[in-house]
Design a protein around this ligand. Structure first.
Ligand SMILES: [Zn+2]
Length: 359
């Protein structure tokens, strides 16, 4: 893939060093450096910690890695850096403390936080750092929604399946499994908030999603950026996913004429693949929480990518009971499958840890 650098001019020797080292590591991994950020699929964006601005993506399928050189971090690095990730709308943020060349700290949108200490060899350190960037540099994001305004009225009124989805979302909310730790509309300027909604299709971070099979090929799924504890309106926050169009790189949704649908959860492409390959799966719940002792994906691919879906599908294939299991997504959360929500909730009850262990 093609990558580039953007943002304010190089402000410190740290930026200069990072740009050089990352460029070399990216090229060793087979990626191509381009000078125009608008032509790149991955952009390293210099972010000023005192005035964090987003890189204006021209396309939704661009990943942004924020680079910040700021004051030394205190005892809670996530709380200090995560707001910079949000304000700069980055998919990954690399933070290096001023004048303390002991390494960098990385944060991800799923609240992953990793210190990466320097190694004696400069090239091997940047290659190590690249392993955190590789999932972004090698995945395809599917977050475009294509709406077909043809949802039949009998489905728009709701079905037993949409009622079960609504009920399950309320149970999970009562268990406090849909945290909304950052009030984005309060943290971002009105322009950045609109940009965030357009680029990521989210209006707030309320982690997790639910979906349930409608028939052999179609399924209902929660919308992104809504409070999952108050889901309930078909064709607005409960959406019928009919297909994944690989040519358009878009999820297809059937919605009611005249309705105001929100965008479907970014994980729709992953659920689409799973429902197609596992006819016995009737429902899925994804939460940013953990269950001890589950099979876990090896790489932390971003949500909403074809590769995350493939990694999940691989683990399900190896599972003796894919239709009734729990898969761990490294440093991120779990996805549970089952014949229906009641079955999944019964297996989750009392076993869920709200904190995801970070490796
Ligand atoms: Zn997630």
């Amino acid at each position: 893939m093609q990558f580039s650098f953007a943002g304010p001019p190089l402000a410190s020797p740290w930026f200069h060093d990072m740009q050089q080292g990352l460029t070399e590591a990216m090229m060793r991994a087979g990626h191509e450096a381009v000078s125009d950020p608008d032509a790149a699929q991955l952009v390293f964006h210099h972010v000023d910690p005192s005035y964090p601005r987003p890189f204006r993506r021209k396309s939704q399928a661009v990943f942004v890695v924020g680079l910040v050189n700021g004051p030394p971090l205190g005892l809670s690095p996530v709380a200090e850096i995560y707001p910079l990730l949000l304000r700069s709308l980055s998919n990954l943020l690399i933070y290096g403390a001023e004048s303390t060349p002991t390494g960098v700290t990385l944060v991800t949108p799923e609240l992953g936080c990793y210190p990466v200490g320097y190694e004696s060899s400069r090239a091997s350190w940047f290659d190590h750092l690249y392993t955190y960037i590789a999932p972004l540099a090698s995945s395809r994001l599917v977050i475009t929604n294509h709406f077909d305004w043809n949802l039949p009225p009998e489905l728009a009124r709701g079905t037993p399946v949409t009622a079960a989805l609504r009920e399950a979302s309320r149970v999970l909310a009562r268990w406090h499994l849909f945290p909304t730790p950052y009030p984005l509309h309060a943290m971002l300027s009105p322009q950045d908030y609109r940009h965030l909604r357009r680029v990521f299709g989210i209006g707030g971070i309320s982690y997790g999603n639910l979906s349930a099979r409608h028939d052999a090929t179609r399924f209902w799924m929660s919308a992104s950026g809504v409070d999952k504890g108050t889901l309930g309106t078909v064709s607005r926050d409960i959406l019928l996913v009919t297909d994944y169009d690989a040519t358009m790189g878009a999820m297809r949704l059937s919605v009611s004429p005249g309705s105001k649908p929100l965008r479907v959860s970014v994980d729709a492409v992953e659920h689409w693949g799973i429902y197609r390959s596992h006819p016995a799966i009737g429902a899925m719940i994804h939460i940013h929480a953990w269950v001890e002792g589950v099979a876990t994906t090896a790489i932390n691919y971003p949500c909403g990518t074809v590769e995350m879906g493939d990694a999940m599908a691989d683990l399900l294939r190896q599972d003796p009971h894919p239709e009734r299991t729990i898969i761990g997504l490294r440093n991120h959360g779990i996805t549970a499958t089952g014949p229906n929500f009641a079955d999944i909730l019964a297996r989750l009850e009392g076993r869920v840890q709200t904190q995801v262990p970070m490796q």
